[in-house]
Design a protein around this ligand. Structure first.
Ligand SMILES: Nc1ncnc2c1ncn2[C@@H]1O[C@H](COP(=O)(O)OP(=O)(O)OP(=O)(O)O)[C@@H](O)[C@H]1O
Ligand SMILES: [Mg+2]
Length: 356
């Protein structure tokens, strides 16, 4: 076969081998547990930002965009002086949020949504590749590993086929197996000049949301990929060269299982911390306490006077007062960044940061 020819979906092979089905059951079980738990949390969206920042950080690290939590937190607070890497990670999370909104609203995952997310991620409007010349190379040897299809018409046709496969109402195989197929296909189409890996990893979680396997993009799957990065590249290549789907699918299913379990542990920890702080603030600062206030403290690693002012509809003075009281009582640690003072929720910050 000409190496530019990428077969359309669905793959013309039996994907549901016994080994695949065994791993599938485990992955589904772990995922159901994560979903079940997060369904019981009243304000689960509050916990999302924290989990998503780790996912964004690790997914970006696969592309060697390395940053620290400290830098990230500056970038998130829009302070000047944040590193370019941290800004990219924040863009990643913005793209993920946007995609989540779109999938929730439309119950579909379309090519246009994917293009929009990649635009947010890369902060440019280049869209689908128009010029030839994109090749995937081995990072160390420089040798060409794969030449993806070229030409906008062909890329659009392949994306259209992928879109149909993703949005089928009657799935011939389990959605988790399809997840592996979709990720392979998307990476092989490689529709953009850059950001294909990250966009593809955003699609992974959004697909799970669309299929109702998760209620929010809370799965921390990129961490597994970064831990098993050489296997990731190797499997993608074996599917291409040897149609070795089984190992690839098992690799991805094992990733879903492993990270569903880990994400559950993290979400539980954050939730427990939130409850603990709720209790403490209620007891020690009853006049200031409200559920909404504590929620706001967990929305990000940090907060600002304006967030409290808007979030609680109080005056700036009251908001400033709340935050300085909370700092005095040891709940927050403030820092002057640029012109603004930002208040870090150190317990949340440490928890998320140490979750490596
Ligand atoms: N042999 C291969 N076949 C198909 N896709 C591959 C292969 N090798 C790598 N890829 C995909 O290409 C991605 C890299 O593409 P690109 O640089 O456009 O994305 P990125 O998001 O900028 O980078 P990264 O994925 O490294 O974070 C890899 O993450 C992987 O998903
Ligand atoms: Mg890249």
């Amino acid at each position: 076969m000409n190496e530019h020819e990428l077969p359309l979906l669905p793959p013309q092979v039996e994907l549901e081998s016994i080994a695949v089905l065994k791993q599938l059951a485990r992955a589904n079980r772990a995922l159901a547990e994560l979903k079940g738990y997060s369904d019981t949390i009243p304000n689960k969206h509050i916990l999302l930002n924290a989990v998503m920042i780790n996912e964004a950080k690790d997914s970006s690290a696969i592309e060697n965009i390395i940053t620290t939590h400290n830098d990230l937190y500056k970038a998130m607070s829009e302070a000047s002086g944040a590193s370019p890497a941290a800004k990219e990670v924040v863009n990643y999370r913005t793209a993920l949020w946007r995609g989540y909104e779109l999938v929730k609203d439309h119950d579909m995952l379309t090519t246009n949504m994917v293009i929009e997310m990649q635009g947010i991620l890369e902060k440019n409007e280049a869209g689908i590749r128009k010029l030839p010349g994109t090749v995937l190379r081995n990072e160390t040897t420089g040798e060409t590993i794969y030449t993806p299809p070229a030409g906008e018409t062909l890329l659009r046709a392949l994306l259209h086929n992928l879109e149909q496969y993703m949005n089928e109402t009657e799935d011939a195989v389990d959605p988790l197996i399809k997840l592996a197929v979709i990720h392979y296909q998307f990476e092989s189409i490689h529709p953009f000049y850059d950001g294909n890996g990250r966009t593809g990893r955003i699609i992974n979680v959004l697909y799970l949301v669309m299929k109702g396997l998760l209620d929010s993009p809370i799965l921390y799957l990129s961490r597994y990929i970064i831990r098993n990065k050489s296997a990731y590249y190797r499997h993608l290549q074996s599917v291409r060269i040897h149609q070795e789907w089984e190992d690839w699918i098992i690799y991805m299913l094992a990733g879903v299982e492993e990270t569903a379990k880990e994400s559950l542990v993290l979400v539980k920890k954050i939730n427990a911390e939130l409850e603990r702080m709720r209790e403490e603030i209620r007891e020690r600062l009853p006049k200031l306490y409200s559920m909404e206030l504590v929620d706001l403290l967990f929305y990000e690693f940090y907060t600002k006077i304006t967030y409290i002012e808007k979030g609680l509809s109080v005056t700036r003075k009251t908001a400033a007062n709340y935050l300085s009281t909370l700092e005095k009582e040891g709940f927050l640690v403030s820092e002057k960044v640029g012109k603004e003072r930002i208040y870090q929720n150190k317990r949340l910050y440490d928890l998320v940061k140490n979750d490596i």
